[in-house]
Design a binder for this molecule. Structure first.
Ligand code: ZN
Length: 348
């Protein structure tokens, strides 16, 4: 079953609300913003530990606790501490390849037809791998996935890793179109400002590597302005753009796509409740946005759950569902031919 069901061919149904049951059935979701190390399920961790001979003396509940934030999470900095535990399983070629493959299977079961999986190669070099080997291994895992996956390589915010970030852009250029679609900038936005990373995106531009930048999440509109100045056409989160009417107009006019991740923004305390989420604000302002998971295990979510939660608060219409999925397809780092194929799956 497709996303909009057969009745979507008839425009009179497009203003109708979509039911949660229908959202459960959709099998053509697209997730453009999903971190590999934040999306290992308990089952994946158990399987990876056994394959890698790592002792895991924990119950399922204890593993889940190590992977997920609880309700007391205060901000993005605290949220980011949850990435330490899963990263120990992602330090070998076999581990990386297997994780990407297993993730592809889980996404497929959740009704995702295409996903862009991001990770920072420099975080997987603790046991001797080079960034090049890390990315090659992840690509081999993606090739075994039942759904197409494109990799996004994250540069990391920090003040002592410029050389590593430069290497990430160079590796992305080497594998561009061969499994890798873009680079990103991730990490503690409130500590290491987007303004410090001009060189990295100048290099990406010079090498012809597209990029998305996490901005307007922990920091406000100034961070989004910087990302736009560097040439980003997609913004990770970007939700705090709503604080600046001029910025909202610019996003709409330039067709910049926001990769929104509602539950993650609740975890990092940008909003107290989903009712505050700018879902209608973006539609009303004509700002293109997409719905994504960010970190399936850290935020204990799936793409389906994100849509269902939004539906319960805002009442998603058929037309909106189609628009959100179309925005994601149009912004994906894939060929026009593949976009056409995916658009065809929205109605069937
Ligand atoms: Zn993110």
């Amino acid at each position: 079953m497709g996303a909009i069901m057969s009745c979507s061919k008839n425009s009179q149904f497009m203003g109708e609300a979509v039911s949660n049951e229908e959202l459960e059935q959709v099998d053509c979701y697209v997730d453009l913003h999903l971190h590999l190390d934040g999306s290992l399920s308990v089952n994946m961790v158990k399987q990876l530990a056994s394959e890698q001979g790592i002792d895991l003396p924990y119950s399922d509940a204890e593993i889940a606790h190590k992977l997920q934030v609880d309700d007391g999470c205060n901000d993005l900095n605290e949220y980011l501490t949850k990435f330490d535990f899963p990263n120990r399983f992602l330090q070998s070629e076999a581990g990386l390849s297997r994780t990407v493959e297993l993730l592809g299977y889980e996404l497929s079961e959740q009704g995702v037809m295409y996903a862009e999986v991001r990770f920072a190669p420099q975080k997987h070099c603790e046991q001797g791998l080079t960034q090049n080997l890390v990315v090659s291994a992840a690509i081999s895992g993606a090739q075994k996935s039942p759904i197409p996956l494109t990799l996004i390589l994250c540069c990391m915010r920090g003040d002592d890793n410029h050389a590593e970030n430069v290497e990430t852009v160079n590796v992305a250029a080497e594998f561009l179109g061969k499994g890798v679609g873009a680079v990103d900038l991730a990490g503690a936005e409130a500590i290491f400002s987007t303004a410090n990373f001009r060189d990295i995106f100048a290099l990406a531009t010079e090498k012809g590597v597209p990029f998305t930048i996490h901005a307007g999440e922990a920091c406000g509109p100034e961070s989004v302005y910087k990302a736009l100045e560097y040439g980003a056409k997609r913004i990770g989160h970007g939700v705090r753009s709503t604080e600046d009417a001029r910025l909202m107009e610019r996003l709409a006019k330039e067709g910049i796509v926001l990769e929104c991740c509602p539950t993650s923004n609740l975890n990092t305390a940008i909003y107290d409740s989903l009712a505050e989420y700018p879902y209608r604000k973006f539609f009303d302002a004509g700002v293109k946005f997409t719905i994504n998971t960010d970190n399936m295990s850290v935020s204990n979510t799936t793409i389906k759950r994100e849509f269902i939660k939004l539906n319960e608060v805002f009442g998603i219409t058929r037309a909106e569902l189609k628009e959100l999925l179309t925005n994601a397809i149009n912004a994906a780092y894939v060929s026009e031919e593949m976009k056409k194929t995916m658009r065809g799956k929205l109605i069937n």
